[in-house]
Design a protein around this ligand. Structure first.
Ligand code: TA6
Length: 310
């Protein structure tokens, strides 16, 4: 795992001078690392440069959409649990157990390449070049660009370009940890009829019937699905619509009690207040990227009132 970035506070002074946008994009040190605060009519968001990691999204008139570990700290060798970690250029465990799960960019310092504010949208784009990684981790060459656009919804898009001479297999995820009122009071629609890999019974390929509810450890890769999903939260009295682009898979994950305690960073009964719905390409949904080709993965998070479930 590459050492985490440990930038000093001067880096935000330079960032603010080069990329600050009055009233829309502001940089500061936060919890051990540099972050960008986005502000627009549609709400606020916080993006850490470490991992190009969305830490917070609060729509105007709403409350926090992202769940974040109570002990989340930037600038360590451990990825922040919560928000939207970027799993790239592979999802899940690597066949070589010496390589980090979910790829190697969650703890890397990404470079700010663009900021803007127009027609009520605040935008930041960050870039990562695989040349920055230890060559033993991954033998290919790619550039990743993560764009966060805050408007009436939150749009997060991850573009991968193969800048090497050889094709490579790409799996990836926008690994969203969503804040919920209570795990017993939520359900997810949009996956009816979808087959999935149940990580707890890896040889099975069940097919989802109806909505997804959670009453035990749940770790599923729904594959071959591109439809929007809706998270219904009866306690917070809201819905979260997730519209996806360039994604053929969706992961539903809640560690439940025992794994939640083993993880050690969810906080007391933390499993009750978080649910991961991950826009991704994982399992059998592998993206083959030829030299020079690009792939775009995108999700749009849109908070709404609790509506009648269809
Ligand atoms: O996306 C679900 C998952 O693959 C789970 O199996 C669990 O490992 C989770 O990701 C978190 O992974 P992390 O490496 O961040 O602890």
């Amino acid at each position: 795992m590459p050492a985490a970035a440990h930038p000093d506070s001067d880096s935000t002074i330079g960032l603010q001078q080069q990329f600050g946008v009055p009233g829309a994009v502001r940089f500061e040190m936060h919890n051990g690392g540099p972050v960008a605060h986005l502000t627009a009519a549609g709400g606020t968001a916080v993006v850490a440069l470490q991992g190009a990691h969305v830490l917070s999204y609060v729509p105007a008139g709403g409350s926090e959409v992202m769940w974040l570990s109570p002990i989340a700290t930037l600038g360590t060798a451990k990825a922040v649990r919560g928000g939207i970690p970027i799993c790239w250029p592979w999802f899940g465990p690597h066949p070589d157990a010496a390589k980090p799960a979910h790829g190697f960019v969650r703890t890397a310092l990404w470079q700010v390449v663009e900021t803007s504010s127009q027609s009520d949208e605040a935008l930041i784009a960050l870039a990562y070049d695989s040349a920055a990684a230890d060559a033993s981790l991954w033998p290919h060459r790619a550039q990743a660009r993560l764009e966060v656009s805050l408007g009436s919804a939150l749009r997060v898009s991850l573009t991968t370009q193969n800048i090497g001479e050889t094709p490579f297999a790409l799996t990836q995820a926008l690994h969203s940890y969503l804040a919920i009122g209570d795990i017993s009071q939520v359900s997810v629609t949009g996956l009816d009829g979808c087959a999935y890999i149940d990580k707890l019974e890896p040889d099975s390929r069940p097919v989802q019937t109806g909505e997804v509810s959670i009453s035990a450890e749940t770790d599923r890769i729904y594959f071959g699905t591109r439809d929007p999903v809706v998270l219904y939260d009866r306690l917070l009295n809201r819905t979260l619509h997730i519209t996806r682009g360039g994604s053929s898979s969706l992961v539903v994950w809640n560690p439940w009690i025992a794994k939640g305690e083993r993880l050690g960073d969810l906080g007391p009964e933390g499993y009750r207040r978080m649910l991961c719905l991950e826009t991704c390409n994982a399992g059998p949904d592998v993206v083959m990227l030829a030299p020079g080709a690009s792939h775009h993965l995108q999700q749009i998070l849109n908070l709404g009132p609790l509506e009648k479930q269809t």
